[in-house]
Write a protein that binds this ligand. Structure first.
Ligand code: ADP
Ligand code: ZN
Length: 731
């Protein structure tokens, strides 16, 4: 049942991890708390059950901007959905109410403040409510990072609807927040489902920022024509970077809190509607952006907390296709964050901020698997088989060279710090290790230290990087206004050889980019030219329908189209993410586009046989058939538009007998069962009766049986359609 619904409306073949369990608890009416990472597919966890259950599912969603998108997306899939919020006129709201009473709606999106109003509760009590889905449920908790007081009042749901299942969904919830959600909503023995926080399709890369612009450009060059976000830490950086990139021919738009509402809104819309590929933004950008095909997120500066990094980088690759997350950090910025936190009033909040900041710095400067660092921070681990390599981060992909004798090098650095009596910062320490003749060093008599010049042959910059890495890995710590280096407990262990650091030397040359192991190569077999053409068509469709582009089709679907290049309805139905509604609404146009492109570029079509799903529903394909040629397919399109044999023959300048052959092929190919577009309706039963009598072997006996009154051109389609019906067991 669930699977049928998934295929029929969404065109999906299966469940993502935990989705099925989450859907089951919805079907069973058991309360639940579902925690899945961004892109994990939370919406489907309530949308699919809503289609299976009797009555109306009510979805609580805090972001008004997202409600319309979600409802649009559902409608594009043929699902009757609506929303109620403060942006609507009373007339619009009463229209929705009418539709609901007439049972024309399966899913209703409501803002929390609207839902808790007495009138709303009374209205819903008069209906059959199938379930309540509470999205972004962490907003309920004061411990979460997004507390919304309106969410607190949702506890009235349990009291008013004791029989209806309550389901909470969120991407971010610590243990404490999880319990807070269950308690605040008064859930009854909820099923708690916690998914993996790992996002295996994201490829993490971290570099120290050198020539920032050049590093950014390198990433952009890898993602020509794709959507991406560049996060900066300051408005000033946003403005400068936008100017610089636009000066170099990129089309980027800025976004930060210093801009007017109108400009900000414009730029955000342009990004969502794919009129511009790249947004350069501060953290103000992102809330409520559900765009699924963000292919890269660049951090042009380090965020102040690892939670922020996870959330911001997590806005890429929601569609499950690979996406790149690049972090360019600088030591200066780390100092700045640290100082900022130090200046805040002491207390638990400051402690928490420090904790998150240190996790962030050690992520940036560290040299262990980035995926693992992230999930460990959130209290999980990667599956054992990924411990050796996640296959999707710079460390595991071997894009960074590790220093082989890291322990010895680190001991040299720490000894120097120790001999300098832990009274100096990293620049000074670097000078000593480098053997500098600077006045300051000589004045302190530090040229006499045993560590003086110990790393003379290493570039100064590298020594400084190593010091940062040792700070990141907590062997050293920076203290006070001057960031004096101090040796930590771990550092003392390191000096005794009881702990081993990892030190990076930046890759000498860009290594051959190895393919990420866990990521299926999602570009395999995709014709990029066709992909771009389809993207253009998607944009146009989206514009015509006034919905975001990804609602028409996600990138996954477009790539699958450009890989399969289907020219038949059956083939198109096999494309990922094509359910029945989208097939009906967009099929013809996309198929035409694919056919024309492939014809013009001499690209093979129908590279993969339609899958079982398509075959079992409508289509019959001869097993031995090798696939129709291009002219045949061009004819198919015309037949689908309802053209007669004569019209097609004229149009294509072909003989009617040839076109009549195409029609036969078409009927079998598309599994057509009704010949009336090509044969007059009263003749069909007579032809069929004659066929039953004489069999399909030869046309001649049938022709004769009908006393030669019916031409072969008219016999054929009627017989072919009968054959299709018999093949399906309909006769
Ligand atoms: P979340 O709300 O958890 O961030 P979404 O519900 O927006 O995630 O889903 C993320 C993306 O994954 C969407 O593009 C969605 O269509 C897709 N998706 C969800 N479930 C499946 C599935 N079972 N098969 C294929 N794609 C899916
Ligand atoms: Zn890794």
């Amino acid at each position: 049942m669930l699977l049928d619904v998934l295929q029929r409306y969404w065109g999906y073949d299966g469940f993502r991890p935990l989705q099925e369990a989450a859907m089951r608890s919805a079907l069973d009416g058991r309360d639940s708390v579902v925690i899945l990472p961004t892109g994990g597919g939370k919406s489907l966890c309530y949308q699919a059950p809503a289609m299976c259950l009797d009555g109306l599912a009510v979805v609580v969603s805090p972001l008004i901007s997202l409600m319309k998108d979600q409802v649009d997306a559902l409608r594009t899939n043929g699902i009757p959905a609506a929303f109620v919020n403060s942006t609507q006129t009373p007339a619009q709201r009463s229209q929705v109410a009418d539709d609901i009473r007439a049972e024309r709606i399966k899913l209703l999106y409501v803002s929390p403040e609207k839902l808790v109003q007495d009138r709303m509760i009374e209205f819903l009590k008069g209906l059959k409510v199938s379930m309540f889905a509470i999205d972004e449920a962490h907003c309920v908790s004061e411990w979460g990072h997004d507390f919304r007081p309106e969410y607190r009042q949702l506890n009235i749901l349990r009291a008013n609807f004791p029989e209806v299942g309550l389901h909470a969904y969120t991407a971010t919830a610590t243990e404490r927040v999880r319990h807070d959600i269950a308690r605040s909503l008064d859930l009854k023995q909820p099923e708690i489902l916690v998914g993996s926080f790992d996002r295996p399709n994201l490829i993490y890369k971290v570099e120290r920022r050198k020539n920032g612009l050049g590093q950014v450009r390198e990433v952009l060059d890898r993602h020509k024509g794709e959507s991406g976000i560049i996060y900066c830490t300051t408005r000033n950086d946003v403005d400068t970077l936008t100017l610089e990139l636009n000066g170099q021919g990129f089309q980027t738009r800025p976004y930060h809190a210093g801009m007017s509402d109108v400009d900000r809104h414009d730029n955000q819309e342009a990004f969502i509607e794919e009129r511009c590929d790249i947004i350069v933004a501060t953290v103000a950008f992102g809330m409520g952006i559900d765009k699924s095909n963000v292919r890269f997120v660049i951090h042009y500066g380090m965020p102040k907390a690892l939670e922020n990094y996870q959330q911001e980088s997590g806005r890429s690759g929601r569609d499950g296709l690979e996406a790149e997350c690049c972090l360019f950090y600088s030591g200066r910025e780390m100092v700045r964050w640290r100082n900022m936190i130090e200046e805040s009033p002491p207390g638990p909040a400051r402690e928490a901020a420090f904790h998150s900041f240190e996790a962030m710095s050690s992520f940036a400067t560290g040299a262990s698997c980035r995926h693992r660092e992230l999930v460990n921070y959130f209290g999980q681990d990667l599956p054992a088989e990924q411990h050796a390599s996640c296959g999707a981060c710079d460390v595991c992909l071997g894009q960074l060279d590790l220093v082989e004798d890291a322990l010895v090098v680190a001991q040299k650095i720490l000894s120097s710090v120790f001999r300098q009596e832990q009274r100096f910062g990293s620049d000074y320490t670097t000078m000593v290790l480098k053997g500098s003749k600077e006045q300051r060093v000589l004045q302190n008599g530090h040229e006499r230290l045993s560590t003086y010049g110990l790393l003379a042959d290493v570039p100064q910059k590298t020594i400084r990087d190593w010091i940062e890495q040792l700070v990141g890995q907590k062997f050293l710590r920076k203290e006070g206004e001057y960031n004096v280096l101090k040796i930590t407990d771990d550092g003392r262990k390191l000096l005794k050889g009881e702990a081993t650091p990892k030190l990076l030397k930046p890759a000498a040359t860009t290594k051959e980019k190895r393919k990420a192991a866990v990521i299926e190569d999602s570009w395999e077999g995709v014709d990029r030219g066709l992909f771009d053409v389809l993207r253009e068509l998607r944009r146009a469709k989206a514009e015509a329908l006034s919905v975001p582009a990804y609602i028409v089709f996600g990138d996954t679907s477009l790539r699958d189209m450009a890989r399969r290049r289907p020219t038949t309805i059956a083939g198109f139905h096999s494309v990922k993410g094509v359910g029945e509604k989208k097939l009906a609404d967009f099929g013809q146009e996309f198929i035409a586009c694919i056919t024309i492109y492939c014809q013009q570029h001499g690209v093979a079509t129908d590279t993969l046989a339609p899958d079982a799903r398509a075959k079992t529903t409508t289509v019959y394909v001869e097993p031995e058939e090798t696939g129709p040629n291009l002219s045949a397919r061009a004819a198919f399109r015309l037949f689908r538009e309802g053209k007669s044999v004569e019209e097609v023959a004229n149009f294509m300048s072909r003989a009617t007998s040839t076109v009549s052959g195409y029609l036969s092929e078409f009927i079998r190919h598309d599994g057509i069962t009704d010949a009336s577009p090509w044969v007059s309706a009263e003749l069909i039963p007579r032809i069929e009766a004659a066929t039953r009598k004489h069999g399909f072997e030869k046309l001649r006996p049938i022709f004769d049986e009908l006393n030669g009154e019916v031409s072969y051109e008219h016999l054929r389609p009627a017989i072919d359609c009968l054959r299709v019906r018999m093949h399906f067991g309909e006769e």
